[in-house]
Design a protein around this ligand. Structure first.
Ligand SMILES: *Cc1c(COP(=O)(O)O)cnc(C)c1O
Length: 411
């Protein structure tokens, strides 16, 4: 996709707008497959929450991916997109036993991350195979050292509770068919990740009926030039080697699973917004766009950096702008960015807008959520309509509000 394509698309579908390049998603998927081509069996489960449009899920299905889901609604989206239930893994945190049972009924692989539910589920349904999510308490500490961190994380079953976990499995007679971790932190140092993997292998030895080991995600993608990204090829080489050794020792070829969200879709996405006002104050030039954290919250929520380009005037003189939105709240997308000269009506393009952008959008200020377009085979396909006023009122119950006279106090 180039600048011209993006301008044509925003001209046709209006702003603000999300655009995703199918080719970019495919390339990332293939890259991951290549990096792990040496393991007996690889399963890439796309993390639905990153970008959950049904057409994106269908693209993942075409590529041969499975799905990683965190709610029963995401499981149902996956089924609606044509996935077989067995190709979906459900990795919730803090949900009710009832929801887990409902998902199990659909035929989806369950992943349990706490001892209380594990015991209840195992007692009631000892025949349903379950994966367990382990918290290895490993995270990167600076550049070279590995530190034990996140001891208070709400995710996963602590490795310090393995004896208790084994007692539950033995008492219930349940079948553990997978071991999982997802630390949530970026994999910048491959040795840190390998260290956590060793803990997972150590844990895995306790279970005889394993089918897969799931290493979660955490693949970091570059958000700006010079950013460090996970070296997938190096990780593939080192982890595959260790995984194959483990399988030999275990006496069975297992499946190596990953569940990337950001890695697959972040760089495929562009967020296009139009400049309403250029506002010069004594110290700053603000470019105010027809959007805010209701459409793209990452910069305000996580302090994330998204590159911003003025695609309407790519060759203009560069000036410093603070790009903000139209929401009645501080909604700064970027401060003092060097951007090619901006005029009102120009289209600004935000990069890395594929993951956790649309999926975190809201209706704050009663604004419509943007439309979404998939660029597939050199053609634009609308995959979500822009909301309209009916959508804002949808589900609101308009009761006949009549205060009784005596309750209205008049001073
Ligand atoms: C969010 C999530 C992922 C995806 O994380 P990314 O950083 O987007 O790759 C994978 N697994 C689980 C359990 C998650 O909650």
């Amino acid at each position: 996709m180039d600048r011209r394509d993006l301008l044509n698309i925003v001209e046709e579908y209006g702003s603000p707008l999300y655009v995703y390049d199918a080719e970019a998603i495919k390339n990332q998927y293939i890259r991951l497959q290549h990096a792990f081509s040496d393991v007996p069996s690889l399963k890439v489960n796309y993390a639905v929450k990153a970008l959950s449009n049904i057409s994106i899920l269908k693209l993942m299905n075409q590529l041969g991916a499975g799905l990683d889901t965190v709610s029963i609604q995401e499981v149902k989206l996956g089924l609606a997109a044509g996935f077989n239930a067995e190709r979906i893994i459900y990795t919730p945190n803090g949900v009710s036993l009832k929801e887990i049972e409902d998902v199990a009924t659909l035929g989806t692989q369950i992943n349990i991350d706490n001892l209380s539910i594990l015991e209840q589920f195992g007692s009631k349904h000892p025949d349903i195979p379950v994966c367990i999510r382990i918290n290895p308490h490993v995270m990167a500490g600076g550049n070279t050292n590995i530190s034990v961190g996140h001891i208070d994380s709400k995710f996963g079953i602590s490795i310090h509770q393995i004896p208790h976990l084994l007692r539950i499995v033995e008492n219930t007679g349940m079948n553990i068919n997978g071991i999982h971790m997802h630390t949530g932190s970026d994999i910048l140092d491959i040795d840190v990740f390998l260290h956590a993997s060793e803990i997972l292998f150590e844990t895995a030895k306790n279970f005889k009926g394993l089918e897969f080991i799931d290493f979660g995600s955490g693949f970091k993608v570059p958000y700006k030039t010079g950013d460090i990204e996970t070296n997938i090829e190096e990780l593939g080489e080192k982890l595959s080697g260790r995984f194959n050794e483990f399988c030999t020792a275990y006496g069975k070829d297992l499946t190596l699973a990953f569940e990337p969200g950001k890695f697959l879709v972040s760089e495929s996405g562009y967020f296009l917004a139009s400049v309403n006002v250029v506002k010069q104050t004594t110290s700053t030039v603000f470019a105010q766009i027809d959007s805010g954290f209701n459409h793209l919250i990452r910069p305000m929520f996580y302090g994330s950096h998204h590159e911003i380009e003025n695609i309407s005037n790519p060759k203009g003189r560069e000036r410093f702008y603070t790009v903000v939105g139209y929401i009645c709240e501080t909604d700064t997308f970027g401060s003092n960015r060097r951007i090619s000269e901006i005029s009102e009506g120009d289209i600004l393009c935000f990069k890395n807008a594929g993951a956790y952008c649309f999926s975190m959008a809201s209706n704050y200020n009663s604004r419509y959520r943007p439309a979404e377009v998939l660029w597939l085979n050199q053609k634009a396909h609308l995959i979500r309509k822009r909301e309209n006023f009916e959508d804002i009122l949808h589900n609101q119950v308009d009761v006949d509000v009549q205060l009784e006279r005596e309750h209205i106090s008049v001073q």
